[in-house]
Design a protein around this ligand. Structure first.
Ligand code: ZN
Ligand code: ZN
Length: 349
């Protein structure tokens, strides 16, 4: 085992303060494993951390990266279920308190003390990452490393559609925003048999909207060319869409979601939007709509998603447009920022 490794480190609280550094290999505690990272996905939030356009505190210096799978390279003395050589994926709640009401009721994704990999504790854009044993899930052999690295965002989509909403076979779903999360929501909605599935984006999303078509979206709408609300109402004889997934989250899509949702329907918001909305939210009242937020995921969702990927019902790897070496991290961030990449997977070296 080497003493040092290459890592993508956010070292300051300003735009652009990220660089490749030689850092010590992490030391593990008795309940941890040391994972040799096989593949790590670049997330939109990694770009926001790089740009420092974030609304919550971030520890620096910190190694970025929270979507990953790898091989157990070392196991702490109290680790009983995992051995060196095991192929695993890891959840992202690097630290939780384990004692609060939310932790004790299975909602540890919402623990107030939660620290995620890549901003609260050192993440996976490195050769090795320290992971507590309770975060691990076995990677089925049929699941590729690229797909394994994308288990995390796929669980975000699964939570949104299956746990926080009830997407139903044969009922329409609209997905606003064709980023990685929106496209994974599309896959989950299709896998559940929702129909038709509509997805929207803008001109800058052209590449992502093409991919949405290939992934089986029934209706793909460029909102700068066609009004997505009109499309949604036409599709449903004026009734509106029973389940709208807002995977963009800005004021434009909030407004569209309110206008296209059916009476007694649900809007589930995954995307973050920093700006104030500036219009009335009364359609929630008038149409008796459930407005549901969703954040992150928990253990059973990981098991379900890994099984769906293993069985070929979900194909997160279809989102991977670029595979790059860790030292090409800056290129990968620029590709994601320019929306030329859908998903980049980094390979540590
Ligand atoms: Zn992410
Ligand atoms: Zn807690």
């Amino acid at each position: 085992m080497p003493n040092t490794m290459l890592a993508v480190v956010k070292y300051g609280q300003e735009d652009g303060q990220v660089e490749l550094r030689e850092v010590p290999v992490p030391e593990i505690g008795p309940d941890d494993v040391l994972l040799e990272v096989a593949a790590a996905g670049v997330c939109g939030s990694d770009i926001e951390f790089w740009r420092h356009s974030i609304t919550f505190p971030i520890r620096t210096p910190v190694i970025q990266g929270h979507e990953f799978g790898g091989v157990v390279a070392e196991a702490g003395e109290r680790v009983t279920d995992w051995r060196v050589g095991d192929e695993v994926v890891s959840e992202t709640a690097a630290f939780i308190c384990g004692k609060c009401r939310l932790c004790r009721t299975g909602h540890y994704n919402l623990c107030r003390e939660r620290l995620g990999f890549g901003y609260g504790l050192d993440g996976a854009f490195a050769k090795y990452v320290r992971v507590r044993q309770g975060l691990l899930h076995r990677k089925p052999p049929e699941v590729s490393w690229n797909a394994a690295a994308l288990t995390e965002p796929t669980c975000v989509a699964y939570n949104a559609l299956v746990v926080q909403s009830e997407a139903r076979p044969g009922e329409p779903v609209a997905i606003l925003g064709p980023g990685a999360i929106g496209l994974l929501c599309l896959q989950v909605a299709k896998a559940l048999g929702a129909s038709p599935v509509l997805i929207t984006g803008t001109t800058v999303d052209a590449r992502r909207l093409d991919l949405a078509r290939r992934l089986g979206a029934d209706h793909v709408v460029n909102a700068q060319e066609v009004d997505p609300v009109e499309v949604a109402l036409d599709l449903t004889g004026g009734e509106g869409i029973p389940l709208v997934i807002d995977a963009a989250g800005n004021s434009a899509t909030i407004r569209q979601s309110l206008d296209m949702v059916a009476r007694n329907g649900q809007i589930t918001k995954i995307g973050w939007g920093k700006e104030p909305v500036g219009f009335s939210l009364d359609p929630i009242v008038a149409k008796a709509v459930r407005y549901q937020g969703t954040f992150s995921h928990t253990w059973p969702m990981w098991e379900a998603v890994l099984e769906m990927v293993r069985a070929g019902r979900l194909d997160p790897e279809a989102l991977v447009t670029h595979e790059l070496q860790l030292r090409e991290w800056l290129t990968s961030y620029e590709l994601v920022e320019a929306r030329q990449a859908v998903k980049v997977v980094l390979r540590p070296e």
